[in-house]
Design a protein around this ligand. Structure first.
Ligand SMILES: Cc1cc2nc3c(=O)[nH]c(=O)nc-3n(C[C@H](O)[C@H](O)[C@H](O)COP(=O)(O)OP(=O)(O)OC[C@H]3O[C@@H](n4cnc5c(N)ncnc54)[C@H](O)[C@@H]3O)c2cc1C
Length: 287
């Protein structure tokens, strides 16, 4: 049976269709069209009603808000995200390495979160930065951390009557920052493993340290307990604290496929970042 396809003209109409029919939003279609394509043909057959939201202006655009946070509306593409001035380094890196040029101009941040693949590139730096997702329904709006929105592999907290409206990245100060995606190629490859990390060092003391692992478990992994090991300590204590951080991180990740490779590589990346903090106290991008 062919399900219905709706083309709302406004966000209000989209929210009303969503509530009445439960139609799934189709934005760039780069996940949905592939998941439901039939054999060699390009015409997909969806087992549920869909609504094409790609022309909704209310879901387009990126802006810096008064408090310094960045609001990225749901239809923003990786190309737009990567080129937005002031975009935090790990988000810019992740966006600029998604797929090939065509995909970076078709895929959307709303679709990347909606799909909630453990290998999706954008959730990892967003979770590192404590970004939130803004969800709208006919009954109003709610905002929650991306980390809470993504429940697991392909599972989100999106309610049947909701649409992802935007992602908001709070202003985060850091002195040291790191991003690495390991794929078959630098870009145009699904992530095999990724890590982003940041630290803020003030007067030789680590006041903030965070890391987020992608493709090393059913969802992006942060370990607040492990992050706390470094906070408040001097960078001159790094050598003695590093084993506990690496051990804590190794316990936090749960790679399913090729676990030895993923654990060893994650350890090397984190070790590299941590030793670079001690070596480059003035800060910068760690490569
Ligand atoms: C060749 C190829 C290469 C790829 N490479 C990468 C890569 O390197 N990195 C990567 O992360 N991904 C990659 N992908 C996967 C895909 O492109 C991304 O996940 C993309 O961000 C999905 O966005 P979309 O708008 O196309 O999603 P869609 O296919 O339109 O939707 C995906 C899911 O999100 C839901 N959704 C979409 N928008 C909303 C909204 N506003 N509110 C609520 N739900 C919504 C849909 O209902 C659906 O469940 C690749 C895909 C292909 C085909």
């Amino acid at each position: 049976m062919v399900e219905r396809c709706y083309v709302p003209k406004s966000l209000e109409e989209a929210l009303s269709i969503r509530k009445e029919t439960g139609a799934h939003p189709l934005a760039g279609g780069s996940d949905l069209m592939v998941q439901y394509k039939q054999g060699l043909g390009i015409t997909p057959v969806f087992p549920f009603p869909v609504m094409i939201i790609s022309s909704l202006d209310d879901l387009k655009g990126i802006e810096t808000l008064e408090d310094g946070s960045i609001l990225i509306r749901a239809l923003s593409t990786p190309a737009e995200i990567a080129s937005f001035e002031g975009m935090p380094y790990p988000v810019r890196c992740a966006a600029s390495r998604m797929g090939a040029v065509a995909l970076r101009n078709t895929a959307t941040i709303g679709g990347n979160l909606g799909n909630a693949s453990p290998k999706g590139d954008l959730p990892q730096p967003l979770i590192l930065l404590d970004a939130t997702v803004v969800l709208k329904s006919q009954d109003g709006e709610r905002e929650m951390k991306v980390d809470d929105f993504i429940l697991g592999s392909k599972k989100t907290a999106l309610a049947d009557d909701e649409i992802i409206y935007a992602v908001r990245i709070p202003r985060v100060e850091y002195t040291h920052v790191y991003y690495r995606k390991i794929g078959t190629r630098r870009a145009n490859a699904i992530s095999k493993l990724s890590l982003s990390a940041l630290a803020r060092v003030e007067d030789g003391v680590v006041v903030d340290f965070r890391a987020a692992s992608g493709a090393a478990g059913p969802k992006v992994i942060r370990s607040h307990e492990t992050e706390d090991i470094l906070k408040g300590h001097g960078v001159d204590e790094m050598d003695s604290l590093m084993p506990a951080v690496l051990e804590g991180w190794n316990n936090a990740i749960s790679p399913h496929a090729m676990p030895e490779y993923r654990r060893a590589t994650t350890r090397r990346m984190l070790e590299h970042f941590l030793s670079s903090i001690a070596a480059h106290q003035e800060g910068g991008i760690i490569e």
